[in-house]
Design a protein around this ligand. Structure first.
Ligand code: PBG
Length: 330
């Protein structure tokens, strides 16, 4: 009688394995994070993110069309503005002719079907490199939320489909929802970075935008007063539930691979789509190990993406979106 169960019957060959596979990946599972710079016809590769570029709007538009042809249906966009546009109010963030607003308009004009989700947070516009306005040496919550509302409404005016607040200020989802509705943008959704941890995995992203917190006396050089402590899980659930109550259409967990327990717990408790950000440092680690010949790039990429989906992600924001889509389309 031994053994009663032979699990290997279901693993005998690829046909059998494909019959019983519980999770699948397709290009529509991905969102592609894109860095946008000023100028025309220029692109710069991010040194700590091989294969990822900061591109001017015209080149970004071309890339978006390629992504759409590959089956990718959403992008997250981030801008790098010049130093002289940065201050402590973030006012460039709601300039109707700012880089972000111009980029949204150009992308939506060239590729109207692509879902465009601009980032809502002040760090690219802050002289301090913080996601909010500094007052008395702290990131001041409520005045920052007022600024974020102006920013999000300006994105909606430019044609954004969704806004994606990544700032972690308290109450911002509620105020963004009310602000968007009051301006006539009931149809513009909110994907909230709900469980965003204070993580060292964001290093390469801050290189890309030159947005790391600046080292000045009396101002924190980390984001731990607003991003979450990675020792915590209940707090992540609470953040997701309160963002949904405030009106979030989707919630996000960030980073990805080291946080899949959190993804599963949130997935089991909510009825909105759960998105996961597979962040810059996670991308950099795979690229670096593959460059050294220590890991098989494509296999590790697909394994990580599949595992994120298996953990409960409905959508994955990943710098691998294009490469993975090309592989999946083969
Ligand atoms: C800033 C923001 C960050 C990321 C997305 N939005 C960095 C940070 O919080 O410092 C990180 C994304 C990545 O690492 O890929 N609001």
């Amino acid at each position: 009688m031994f053994p009663l169960h032979r699990g290997r019957r279901l693993r005998v060959n690829e046909s059998m394995r494909s019959l019983v596979r519980e999770t699948t990946l397709s290009p529509a599972d991905f969102m592609f994070p894109m860095f946008i710079s000023e100028g025309e016809n220029t692109e710069t590769e991010i040194p700590s993110m091989p294969g990822i570029f900061r591109r001017s709007v015209d080149l970004t538009v071309k890339e978006v069309q390629e992504l759409y042809a590959l089956g990718i249906r959403a992008i997250n966009i981030y801008v790098k503005v010049s130093e002289n546009l940065k201050d402590n109010t973030g006012k460039e963030a709601w300039n109707p002719n700012g880089l972000m607003q111009n980029a949204i308009r150009a992308i939506k004009e060239a590729c109207p079907e692509m879902i465009v989700m601009p980032d809502v947070a002040l760090d690219p516009y802050s002289i301090y490199g913080h996601d909010g306005i500094i007052k008395n040496g702290e990131v001041a919550n409520d005045i920052t939320v007022d600024a974020l509302v102006k920013m999000a409404v300006s994105h909606a005016h430019a044609g954004a489909d969704f806004v994606a607040p990544s700032d972690m200020m308290d109450g911002r989802v509620l105020y963004l929802r009310q602000g968007l509705d009051a301006a006539g943008f009931q149809h513009v959704g909110i994907m909230s970075y709900s469980a965003k941890y204070a993580s060292a995995f964001y290093g390469p992203f801050r290189d890309a935008l030159d947005s790391a917190p600046v080292d000045i006396t009396d101002i924190p050089t980390d984001k731990k007063t607003y991003q979450m402590d990675y020792a915590n899980r209940l707090e992540a659930i609470k953040e997701a539930l309160s963002d949904i109550e405030e009106g979030a259409d989707m919630v996000m967990v960030k980073p990805g691979i080291a946080y899949l327990d959190i993804v599963r717990e949130i997935k089991d408790r909510v009825t909105v789509p759960v998105t996961v950000f597979h962040v810059s440092g996670e991308y950099a680690m795979i690229k670096a190990a593959a460059e050294k010949g220590w890991l098989d790039h494509d296999k590790i990429m697909m394994e990580q993406l599949m595992c994120i989906k298996r953990a409960g992600a409905n959508l994955i924001s990943t710098y691998f979106a294009k490469e993975a889509a090309i592989l999946l389309n083969k």
